[in-house]
Each structure stands twice: as structure tokens, then as C-alpha cells.
Design a protein around this ligand. Structure first.
Ligand SMILES: NC(=O)c1ccc[n+]([C@@H]2O[C@H](COP(=O)([O-])OP(=O)(O)OC[C@H]3O[C@@H](n4cnc5c(N)ncnc54)[C@H](OP(=O)(O)O)[C@@H]3O)[C@@H](O)[C@H]2O)c1
Length: 333
């Protein structure tokens, strides 16, 4: 393939993740010469300005991929992905999908480029982008697992409303004016909602189940003990997470700090004497995972607490997907 001749489709280009993907692509210099932007019939015909050029959004249909694409980034929900990603793949296009449709399928790599880039080579036309809260968690966990071997993880998340798309943002804005929610089960304004995605039979939410299963798949640790409580908080953008982790091997805190700060994609922000720790407003607009509040869990042997913050739309979705496309180009796939 001639470098500079790649053709990329963005499906869901008008959504929060899709628009951010355009922004991230504008910041990078990928060897892509042709872009096509798709959405539902609702947005078909709308104009999008990208790299100083005006593009017309096209309606996604079963024949959209007939013209041939090298890659497609799908950010249009599970139903759209289930219907159209296999059609795209059958036409020789490699799909990077942001929804949960294929993440746990055996033949679909679930990839965070800082953690398991080699999995990209095992794709059969579809690569899944993990859940936003999982992506930012597994980056520091992988750095530490390599060295100390993790035996248990306890996640408590504080997730921004942008994680629920445009409607999530509207619920927070409208809630401040006393308008009832459309996306969430209760007003998010002035509340923390321990409820992300649907409830399952065992009392967990699907978001919690995703974090548990995806962590095991990405770290290649099927039996790893993981539990999660996922909470939506009235923050516009960037998810924060408390991660409690236990290791097989003993550690020194200074070694942990060094390991994390040397790992790709991590910014260490951990100076409590100056009140410095990761914040949503610090992470927003960036692709790195911010880690701080590093301290021992003194209630167990070899236990550690971390506070981990990242931009859920960028690293949690758009930027991770684009990093995967960069790897596909690098691997000449
Ligand atoms: N927000 C996050 O933090 C985040 C993080 C990780 C993953 N994700 C995943 O990324 C996906 C998009 O999320 P979002 O937050 O960007 O949602 P969003 O703001 O609601 O945008 C949804 C996008 O999907 C398009 N779409 C809907 N139905 C379609 C159809 N039948 N055919 C083609 N396009 C269709 C919409 O187009 P119209 O303009 O025509 O409606 C819009 O462009 C979801 O699967 C979500 O789970 C989101």
C-alpha cells in the first residue's frame, strides 16, 4: 500500500466521540488522503469542517462500504456496529469499534496500544476499543502487573456525564435549570448516581461487568479477582477512578512511582505537599492517563491505592481508536 493513500471512514462523525476523533485527527499527521463521514439519516446532509475543508455527512447504509475503505472508526453505538461493522469488514475494511458490541468476542482483539498492541495483528476485520473506564485503568495496571503481578483489583469510578454522549451532557446542563433528565434515571445535577448502563441479575451494572471482564481480557488474566462500583458524577468531562490493587510481590512506593512515570502514556501527578493530584479539569483535552494519590493500602499485605484520571472522550474513546489505526498503518495491515 502506497503511504498516503489510506482511506478512512468515521461512522458516528456527528457524535461526541466522532467529533473528538476529527479533532484528534487534525492534531496528528496520519498518512490518510481520503475521509468519509457517516451518521444516521437524522444528520445526513449536515456539514462538518475538517482540516479547513467542508464535508457533507452521509447516511450510513448497507452499501456505504462498497466504494472500499482501508479503515473505519465506528462510534455509533452497539446496534449500528452489530449491523454495519461486519459489512465493512466483509469489504476488506478494518473496523475499530468504540461500542461494546464485539469486545468480549474471542476473535476480536480488545486493544489499548500502551498495553497489548500485538493483539492488533490477530484481527479478522474488527478490533474493539475497550470501555472508557477500562482503558484508563489498565494502563497503570499493566505497568504494575509486569513487575509485581496483580492478584486483586477493586475499582470505584467517578464518571463524567460526557460518557453518556450528547444526552448526558444535556441532562447536567438542564438539571441546573430544574429540567427533568432524559438520559439518566434520576437528576445528575447535585447527585452521584451509582448506576451506569443497565442492572444485571447479580445486582451489578453492565458498566461494572464490562470493567471486570475487559480488564481480564486485556491483561490476559482470565482468573484475576476484580470488582467494581461505577458511579456517574456531575462532572462534564474526564473520568476519575479510585483503584485498589493487591500484588503477589512486595514493593517500595518509590519504585511504583518510577515504574508508572516511565510507562508510556502515563503522567504522574503526585505531590500532596503542594495539593497536586490528578483532576478531571487537568486531564480534559489530553491523551495521557494521570496517576496520583499513590499510597499503601495498609489493611493488607502488598496493597496499593491509586487515583487515576483521563479524558473519557479522548483516551477513553477517540484517541485510543486513532492510536490503533496508527498501529495498523505501522504494521502495514
Ligand atoms: N462518550 C464516551 O465517553 C464514550 C467512551 C467510549 C465509548 N463510547 C461509545 O462510542 C459510541 C458513541 O458515543 P457518543 O458519546 O459519541 O454518542 P453520541 O454523542 O450520542 O453520538 C452518537 C453518534 O452515532 C450516530 N448514529 C446513531 N445511530 C446511527 C445509525 N443508525 N447509523 C449511523 N450513525 C448513527 C449519531 O448520528 P446522528 O447525528 O445522525 O444521530 C452520532 O453521530 C457509543 O457506542 C459509546 O458507547 C463513548
Amino acid at each position: 500500500m502506497d503511504n498516503n493513500q489510506y482511506k478512512l471512514a468515521i461512522v458516528g462523525a456527528t457524535g461526541l466521540v466522532g467529533r473528538t476523533a476529527l479533532k484528534v485527527l487534525e492534531e496528528k499527521n496520519l498518512p490518510i488522503s481520503e475521509y468519509v463521514f457517516f451518521a444516521s439519516s437524522h444528520s445526513s446532509g449536515k456539514e462538518l469542517v475538517f482540516q479547513n475543508k467542508t464535508y457533507i455527512v452521509r447516511e450510513l447504509t448497507e452499501s456505504s462500504f462498497d466504494e472500499g475503505f482501508d479503515f473505519a472508526i465506528f462510534s455509533a453505538g452497539s446496534d449500528t456496529a452489530k449491523k454495519y461493522a461486519p459489512i465493512a469488514a466483509a469489504h476488506g475494511c478494518i473496523v475499530v469499534d468504540n461500542s461494546s458490541a464485539f469486545r468480549m468476542e474471542k476473535n476480536v482483539p480488545l486493544v489499548v496500544p500502551e498495553v497489548n498492541p500485538e493483539e492488533i495483528k490477530n484481527n479478522h476485520g474488527i478490533i474493539a476499543n475497550p470501555n472508557c473506564s477500562t482503558i484508563q485503568a489498565v494502563v497503570p495496571l499493566k505497568a504494575l502487573d509486569n513487575k509485581y503481578h496483580i492478584t486483586r483489583v477493586v475499582y470505584s469510578t467517578y464518571q463524567a456525564v460526557s460518557g453518556a454522549g450528547r444526552l448526558g451532557l444535556e441532562d447536567l446542563e438542564n438539571g441546573a435549570k430544574g429540567i427533568p433528565p432524559k438520559k439518566f434515571a434520576h437528576p445528575i445535577y447535585n447527585n452521584c448516581l451509582p448506576h451506569i448502563d443497565v442492572f444485571l441479575e447479580n445486582g451489578y451494572t453492565k458498566e461494572e461487568e464490562k470493567m471486570i471482564n475487559e480488564t481480564r481480557k486485556i491483561l490476559k488474566r482470565p482468573g484475576l479477582k476484580v470488582t467494581a462500583t461505577c458511579v456517574r458524577v456531575p462532572v462534564t468531562n474526564s473520568h476519575s477512578e479510585s483503584i485498589n490493587v493487591e500484588f503477589e510481590k512486595p514493593f517500595e512506593l518509590e519504585e511504583i512511582r518510577e515504574t508508572l512515570s516511565n510507562y508510556p502514556g502515563i503522567v504522574l501527578l503526585d505531590n500532596v505537599s503542594k495539593n497536586e493530584y490528578p483532576l478531571a479539569t487537568i486531564a480534559s483535552g489530553h491523551d495521557e492517563v494521570y496517576v496520583g494519590r499513590i499510597r499503601r493500602d495498609e489493611s493488607v499485605e502488598n496493597g496499593l491505592n491509586l487515583w487515576v484520571v483521563a479524558d473519557n472522550i479522548r483516551k477513553g474513546a477517540a484517541s485510543n481508536a486513532i492510536q490503533i489505526v496508527e498501529k495498523l498503518i505501522e504494521y502495514d495491515m
